[in-house]
Design a protein around this ligand. Structure first.
Ligand code: G16
Ligand code: MG
Length: 221
């Protein structure tokens, strides 16, 4: 029986992953006059702000002093926050409110396992905060996704063993993190990228609790 549900945020609850990459693109264009290829979007999904910037600079083979690195992170976040200004409850991805309601009706505890330091602000803007019994703080965990830490912290926040939890993710790093935490991984996206997920759906509108429960029961047999 599922006792806990651990949610990723960007790309699962809201389509903010698009805004993250738009902000990275604008930052790199302004500062280095370079264009980022599409492939970097998946590589930075679910990955912390610092790790994302490092991956981008490595890709571009650019080395910057620590002070400039920190300045670039601040600038990226300012660009990202600008795009969040318009965010409203209607921007919650399809099927998410219904899933949260279904989980709550079955007394399955809900926690957030997002790598984003902006996650509490986004949940508040979407008016979803009250569904969450715990929000794991990415600043307090040792290693970011693909390490399991943020999912372990989220499970601990609702006092449920990770093996009794499902984790929902749209990123490769996130599915790896859920699997490493030994929770049941539900991927939202393509099999090409998220083939390691225990259960895969094309988009959030297909996240139905009865289907997830059936697959979870088969998985633990
Ligand atoms: C998200 C995004 C990543 C972003 C990270 C940190 O994670 O997918 O692209 O780099 O959070 O975000 P911030 O700069 O807001 O702290 P998740 O785990 O919700 O997908
Ligand atoms: Mg995500």
């Amino acid at each position: 029986m599922i006792q806990g549900a651990l949610f990723d945020l960007d790309g699962v609850i809201a389509d903010t992953s698009v805004y993250h990459f738009q902000a990275w693109r604008a930052l790199i264009q302004t500062n280095f006059h370079k264009k980022l290829p599409d492939e970097l979007e998946q590589r930075t999904k679910g990955v912390s702000r610092a790790d994302s910037l490092q991956a981008i600079l490595d890709f571009l083979q650019i080395d910057v002093p620590q002070k400039q690195f920190e300045q670039l992170m601040i600038e990226k976040n300012q660009l990202y926050l600008q795009s969040l200004e318009q965010l409203q409850p209607k921007d919650t991805l399809p099927g998410i409110v219904a899933l949260l309601e279904a989980l709550q009706a079955q007394k399955i505890k809900i926690a957030l396992a997002s790598a984003s330091r902006n996650a509490p602000t986004i949940l508040a803007k979407l008016q979803l905060t009250d569904y969450f019994a715990a929000i794991a703080d990415p600043a307090q965990v040792q290693a970011g996704k693909p390490a399991p830490d943020i999912f372990l912290a989220a499970a601990q926040g609702i006092a449920v063993a990770p093996k009794d939890c499902i984790g929902i993710e749209d990123s490769i790093a996130g599915i790896q993190a859920i699997n490493a935490a030994q929770a049941f991984s539900v991927g939202v996206g393509s099999a090409q990228e998220l083939g390691a997920a225990d259960l895969l759906v094309d988009d959030t509108s297909q996240l139905k609790l009865d289907i997830i429960q059936t697959q979870f029961a088969k998985h633990i047999q």
